[in-house]
Design a protein around this ligand. Structure first.
Ligand SMILES: Nc1ncnc2c1ncn2[C@@H]1O[C@H](COP(=O)(O)OP(=O)(O)O)[C@@H](O)[C@H]1O
Ligand SMILES: [Mg+2]
Length: 580
């Protein structure tokens, strides 16, 4: 077999395949170019799911007539001037590949006018061959029109999904750009109708509502964090609102939307034990860092990046999320049933809530039939620090729920969930610092592991030792015996806890250097798998429980992510009884 040189047009189409996967990739590249050109208005028109037509129009700085033929040439860019620029890329584009790639697989037309020019110019590129530049009347800025995408690559065209699906990918692209650039007005048209209209001049909070809708945005709280040169800010969904997909989890680095394993892992780690299995938060995270600390040239479509200090970023992001959630949990929102329709005037801080404490909405047993409520002889007035101690316990329902008057209305507490969270936080604190007292097991538990996990465990038995588990090899291959466990833990089967900790050690190993706080993480996992629901509580225990809830973070969720507290505000009660 001899080696041949591929014809240019084939090579161009092969290269284009990496950059342009589907219509949404075209939209992404064109919108990025508009943003790089400093546009304040970007409009996108779509026909036939982007296959028939994609048009992106902006009011950016434009392309000079002489430069137009160059713009569509491979490796031609205005964004890199000398070699050092390569290692600190501040623009979204830099590879000089998007326009030529689009031109190679579609019919492309670029019309542009720079600020000082009398008029604009237009160039057409058909399957890689450029026509001449002609004059064109147009306003300042650039319009790029892409027709008949993949007309010369039938195979690629067959891979496309329905126009509706392709359109939804396009919506995602526009949404991601819009979230990172609230100063830009975005419009997205499908056929003749305006699908999305995100006017500019709004703050990040308003942009969030424009993109996610006010329902989801209403359940999100702002957060921010600084660690050296890293700046993190954005919005996160307060537990317990969560979603079955990661669709609402968006991460941006220096205003570039990226999908990054480290960032996603760090965010979910920040939420740990606040979400139920298979549920994901809504998060918009913006990470800012020096351009030199990040390599954006690792993916042709620039979806991924590499961080120079991955571990530091992982820690900072997860700390940012955790702290954001902690602050949120300290001040439970007035309504967990319906975080969106907050009655005006009830969004008081917990601090003043205790003072303006007046139970008018819920007189004794007003809304609940007395038979359903186990009543204390006298409801003792509760005084003290936080929100939970300010609740007046009216009774206990079904042996499980505490019915309380809250400063804002009615509060229902799942006492098992509350008890679990309190016990969990206590264990985590004590086990996590590595000084937990241990108890020897009367009957040692034997655990058998597959070879790959046994190898891992052999290397990290010290880690388990630190969190209070003495585990030793035992006779046969892959057999281990658990000799002691943290004294705080309830007696029981610890094998599941050990298995989960090993899985985490494996995950840490796979993701490279993420080795910090590993004891704390293992402690969390161990506590998580031993915690269980508790028996019926006595009155004193209930009061102690409420006080305990005020002392811990994340009191509004049990360690498995179920809510501890459901509150109905006065406004909601009024609405339910049609009083408004
Ligand atoms: N909307 C636009 N406004 C102004 N200039 C543009 C626009 N789109 C493309 N260009 C110019 O064309 C060049 C090539 O674009 P592209 O192929 O996307 O490569 P890159 O963005 O990596 O430089 C850009 O460097 C820029 O100078
Ligand atoms: Mg570009």
């Amino acid at each position: 077999m001899r080696i041949i040189r591929l014809p240019d047009s084939w090579a161009a189409r092969i290269a284009a395949g990496e950059v342009i996967e589907r219509p949404a990739s075209v939209v992404k590249e064109l919108v990025e170019n508009s943003l790089d050109a400093g546009a304040r208005q970007i409009s996108v028109w779509i026909e036939g799911g982007g296959v028939s037509l994609i048009r992106v129009s902006d009011d950016g700085e434009g392309i000079a007539g002489d430069d137009l033929p160059l713009a569509a040439e491979r490796h031609a860019t205005s964004k890199i001037k000398d070699e050092s620029d390569l290692w600190q890329i501040a623009t979204l584009g830099f590879r000089g590949e998007a326009l030529p790639s689009i031109g190679a697989v579609a019919r492309l037309e670029i019309t542009s006018r720079v600020r000082d020019a009398e008029s604009g110019y237009r160039i057409a590129i058909d399957a890689g061959s450029a026509g001449g530049t002609i004059g064109a009347g147009c306003s300042i800025g650039t319009t790029v029109e892409v027709r008949e995408l993949f007309f010369n690559i039938p195979a690629r065209r067959k891979f496309l999904k329905s126009p509706g699906t392709e359109l939804s990918h396009i919506c995602d692209v526009v949404n991601h750009a819009a979230l990172a650039h609230p100063e830009v007005h975005f419009r997205l048209y499908n056929q003749t109708s305006l699908l999305s209209d995100y006017p500019a001049g709004v703050g990040p909070r308003d942009r969030l509502a424009q993109v996610f809708g006010s329902d989801i945005a209403g359940g999100m709280a702002p957060f921010s964090w600084t660690s050296g040169e890293l700046k993190i800010d954005g919005f996160l969904s307060k537990a317990p609102s969560s979603f079955p997909t990661t669709r609402y989890l968006t991460t941006h680095v220096n205003r570039r939307f990226v999908r990054d394993r480290v960032l996603t892992h760090a965010i979910l780690h920040g939420y740990e034990t606040l979400l139920m299995k298979g549920r994901y938060p809504a998060v918009v995270l913006e990470l800012r860092m020096p351009y030199k600390d990040i390599d954006v040239n690792v993916h042709p479509a620039k979806h991924e990046v590499r961080f120079r200090r991955q571990q530091e970023i992982h820690e900072a992001v997860s700390a940012a999320v955790k702290e954001g959630l902690r602050l949120e949990a300290k001040a439970p929102a007035p309504s967990f049933l319906d975080g969106i329709h907050r009655a005006p005037g009830v969004s008081m801080a917990v601090g003043d809530a205790a003072e303006s404490y007046a139970v008018q909405t819920l007189g004794a047993g007003s809304a609940l039939t007395p038979a359903e409520i186990f009543r204390f002889e006298s409801a003792p007035p509760l005084v003290g620090g936080g929100f939970f101690s300010s609740l007046e316990v009216l009774g206990q329902l079904l042996g499980c729920y505490l019915i309380c008057a809250s400063p804002r209305g009615l509060a229902v507490i799942d006492q098992h969930a509350a008890h679990e969270r309190v016990a969990f936080e206590r264990m985590r604190r004590e086990v996590g610092v590595g000084e937990a007292e241990r108890q020897n097991l009367l009957i040692p538990q034997v655990i058998e592991l597959p070879a790959a996990e046994a190898v891992l465990l052999d290397q990290r038995l010290d880690l388990l030792e630190q969190v209070g588990f003495t585990v030793e090899p035992f006779g046969g291959a892959g057999e281990y015996v658990i000799r002691s466990a943290p004294a705080l833990f309830p007696a029981g089967d610890y094998r599941e806890a050990i298995r989960r900790m090993i899985a985490e050690i494996a995950e840490i190993g796979a993701s490279g250097e993420l080795d910090a706080n590993v004891e704390e993480r293992l402690a969390t996992i161990a506590c998580h798998s031993v915690i269980r629901a508790h028996r019926k509580l006595e009155r004193d225990e209930i009061l102690a429980l409420l006080r305990d809830l005020d002392r811990i973070d994340f009191a509004t969720q049990c360690p498995h992510g179920r809510p501890v507290l459901i509150e109905l505000s006065e406004g909601q009660l009024e609405a339910m009884f049609r009083r408004t």
